[in-house]
Design a protein around this ligand. Structure first.
Ligand SMILES: [Zn+2]
Length: 451
């Protein structure tokens, strides 16, 4: 049998890891050794990569996105609107213009953007299934595998349209039975819960205003039966609070409880408008929250109460959110935005660059229910993002780790997933960027001609 390759990432300029200034040894897909200052690997290595010019982070983990929305960035129908108006402007555009080819290109583009920003694991909340793209998650699984990234496929769903009191038009919802049958199918086909898994599945009804109570309940039951995770949008806007009170006679977290969602397999996107009692309940049950600072600022939705949630016991991760409300897929930018918006809430001493980086790594891993990624520690998967400080924006910077966040790092020089380099010298090894930019740009033009 061929011996597993051992690679020493030697003596980085800076590294986000305890007592790791000597670097780390990657053996196969895992981190085999973490070295303190001046330490040498205990066993011989096959290769040494000099990291003296690199700041090394655990690979960033994105816990909320809608890849298909890269087709409608800065869309004239939707810019300068808040969530409900923004959504009702875009639903018909998405329903009529996203096709099989453009969906695939949108997926490839979003994954590549994330990867180049230092992201190694992506979770995508895919709730739109226009005719002809019923196998959207299969396409996403193929694209992630081709690029080499880890993915959590979210089998999203909407079964409550305008005629039944929901927000989306009839054209974008599916029957409850169709959704549940396909949920079982994708779990059995793609959900790998093992250590080092490259593909997992979560069940993800879209939001209280687009999903029936029945589907919320049945999705939770199915997730328990199959032991996979649950995800949905919650607490994003005051409009949503008002909708819950009017339709269900309770606030959003009470609604979660009633539908069987209050448990630690659940993580929520946004989680902005929770009151003290709701935060305490979420924390008690270990429900995670994906903080989406960029999207929250673009749509003026509000500021997530990150520190209160963490103190209560709720894991906090980071997400870029869909590319129509970001309007990019750059997770390192999201780290910077998280620092800034949380400083407005909590002040300079309470939130540092290390907090923002923690949310994007360990916090996000907790949201996805994984303990094999999200940190530079012996035994974890070798998922790493390496940044240089060569651009003008970093010149004169003192603290290299702080500089990544404060000066605005946005593109990794090298990215590794499961011990394999997927980005070298700032370029993805498995994607032709020029071609992708051309093809995706052409595909996206068709959304401009729609109503
Ligand atoms: Zn979202």
């Amino acid at each position: 049998m061929k011996p597993v390759r051992r690679l020493w990432l030697k003596a980085p300029l800076a590294i986000l890891g305890d007592d790791a200034s000597g670097g780390l040894v990657v053996e196969g897909a895992r981190i085999a050794e973490v070295l303190g200052s001046g330490q040498q690997p205990t066993q011989p290595v096959d290769e040494v990569f000099d990291c003296s010019n690199h700041v090394v982070l655990p690979g960033l983990i994105n816990t909320h996105h809608h890849f298909y929305q890269t087709l409608t960035r800065a869309h004239p129908a939707a810019i300068n609107k808040e969530l409900f108006d923004w959504l009702t402007s875009l639903y018909p555009v998405w329903a009529s213009s996203v096709n099989r080819d453009s969906f695939r290109l949108a997926t490839r583009l979003a994954l590549t953007e994330l990867l180049l920003s230092g992201c190694t694991t992506a979770s995508d909340h895919q709730y739109l299934f226009p005719a002809g793209i019923e196998d959207a998650l299969d396409i996403q699984a193929e694209e992630a595998a081709a690029i080499g990234m880890r993915i959590t496929l979210n089998r999203g769903s909407m079964d409550l349209s305008k005629k039944d009191g929901g927000l989306p038009p009839d054209s974008v919802v599916q029957d409850t039975d169709v959704i549940l049958a396909d949920s079982e199918r994708v779990i059995s086909r793609y959900h790998d819960a093992d250590e080092g898994s490259m593909c997992q599945v979560a069940l993800a009804p879209c939001s209280p205003f687009s999903v029936t109570t029945e589907l919320m309940r049945q999705s939770a039951d199915l997730a328990r039966k199959c032991d996979c995770r649950l995800h949905t949008h919650l607490g994003e806007t005051h409009d949503e609070d008002a909708y819950c009170i009017e339709k269900f006679g309770c606030r959003p977290v009470e609604y979660l409880e009633q539908t069987g969602w209050l448990e630690n397999r659940t993580w929520l996107a946004h989680g902005i408008h929770f009151d003290d009692g709701e935060i305490a309940r979420l924390g008690k049950h270990g429900v995670g929250v994906c903080h989406c600072p960029t999207s929250n600022m673009v749509l003026a939705s509000g500021s997530c109460r990150t520190l209160e949630l963490e103190r209560a016991g709720a894991p906090v991760g980071l997400g870029v959110d869909g590319s129509a409300s970001n309007d990019s897929s750059n997770l390192m930018e999201g780290v910077r935005h998280a620092l800034m918006v949380n400083r407005l809430t909590y002040g300079t001493a309470a939130v540092t660059h290390l907090d923002a980086l923690r949310w994007a790594t360990g916090g996000s891993a907790d949201c996805l229910g994984r303990n094999d990624i999200g940190a530079i520690e012996v035994g974890r998967q070798a998922d790493l993002a390496l940044f240089t400080l060569d651009e003008l924006r970093f010149s004169g910077a003192g603290d290299p780790l702080a500089a990544l966040v404060l000066c605005g790092a946005h593109r990794a020089d090298r990215v590794m997933v499961a011990g394999r380099w997927l980005v070298e010298d700032g370029q993805p090894v498995n994607v032709d960027i020029e071609r992708l930019r051309r093809e995706h740009g052409e595909a996206a033009k068709t959304t401009l001609a729609m109503p």
